[in-house]
Ligand binder design. Structure first.
Ligand code: ADP
Ligand code: ADP
Length: 238
């Protein structure tokens, strides 16, 4: 369903951060990209939703259900982001506007993708997502800064999933959280597989997280994938 092949990413200064990377992810599959800090995990993820500094070069192919995304113009990419690909960042305070109520973040997503339904219908969809993330519905009226870190991360999850994307990218989704909030987010990753058809790309340096939720793993080192395959095979190989 998600097919990345021979992806090479060069930053504007000429540094090649990702070299000839290939992997595929099926629907309902959690694919973990792991490796030490600076190995190119975030660069890979950001290339897929095209959030790289201006002047960066992406070579290779990235297909979403057979459709080539790498060559899309920015205008078309804007339709892909949020609709076909949802993203959860490490620190949702950076991704959510702290001065905009939670519900308005959902409405902005609906509006950006031209979804014209009544406010009640849209709120109904948001309510389903709140049940999914196990957050009291009245929190839609909160500002992001009024929520705990764990609640914010779950809200980010709900926003990422609200339009049923084919791919959801989780960039260090548990790194900034305490143990209890981490557990809830890991639970959500599992629950996403039951409820949604999306493929999940999980970026993390935490092998405990990988062990708990991943189906497949790729190990990255200095921009190259050194090893990839089923979790049990990769984690327990000598
Ligand atoms: P990871 O997510 O695995 O920690 P990154 O993808 O963030 O790694 O970074 C990969 C490499 O690319 C690092 O060596 C980093 O210093 C470099 N890098 C990141 N952003 C830029 C940039 N804008 N220009 C040049 N090099 C960059
Ligand atoms: P977390 O996901 O961070 O563990 P929970 O959903 O378990 O958060 O929240 C525990 C309780 O504490 C909830 O009733 C929640 O409303 C409340 N709470 C936690 N942090 C905040 C906060 N910053 N502002 C308002 N309520 C909070």
């Amino acid at each position: 369903m998600i097919e990345v092949s021979h992806l090479t990413i060069t930053y504007p200064n000429g540094f090649v951060a990702v070299k000839n990377v290939s992997f595929s992810i099926d629907k309902k599959e959690v694919f973990a990209l792991v490796g030490e800090s600076g190995c190119g995990k975030s660069t890979t993820a950001h290339a897929l939703i095209r959030l790289l500094p201006k002047g960066s070069r992406i070579e290779g192919s990235f297909k979403l259900s057979g459709r080539e995304i790498v060559s899309l113009k920015e205008k078309e990419m804007r339709k892909v982001r949020g609709k076909e690909i949802g993203m959860v960042f490490q620190d949702p305070l950076n991704a959510l506007n702290p001065l905009v109520r939670v519900r308005e973040h959902f409405f902005e997503t609906f509006a950006a993708h031209g979804i014209k339904k009544s406010r009640d219908e849209l709120l109904g969809r948001v309510r389903e997502l709140f049940e999914f993330i196990d957050l009291p519905f009245e929190k839609v009226n909160s500002y992001p800064f009024e929520l705990s870190g764990g609640q914010r991360q779950r809200v980010m999850f709900a926003i990422a999933l609200v339009l049923n994307p084919r791919l959801i990218i989780l960039d260090e989704p548990t790194t900034a959280l305490d143990v209890l909030a981490q557990k809830k987010v890991l639970g959500l990753i599992d629950k996403t597989k039951e409820t949604f058809d999306s493929a999940t790309l999980l970026i993390t340096h935490d092998m405990g997280v990988v062990n708990e939720v991943a189906d497949k793993v790729a190990v990255m080192y200095k921009g190259v994938i050194m090893e990839k395959g089923d979790k049990d095979k990769v984690l327990h190989s000598p």
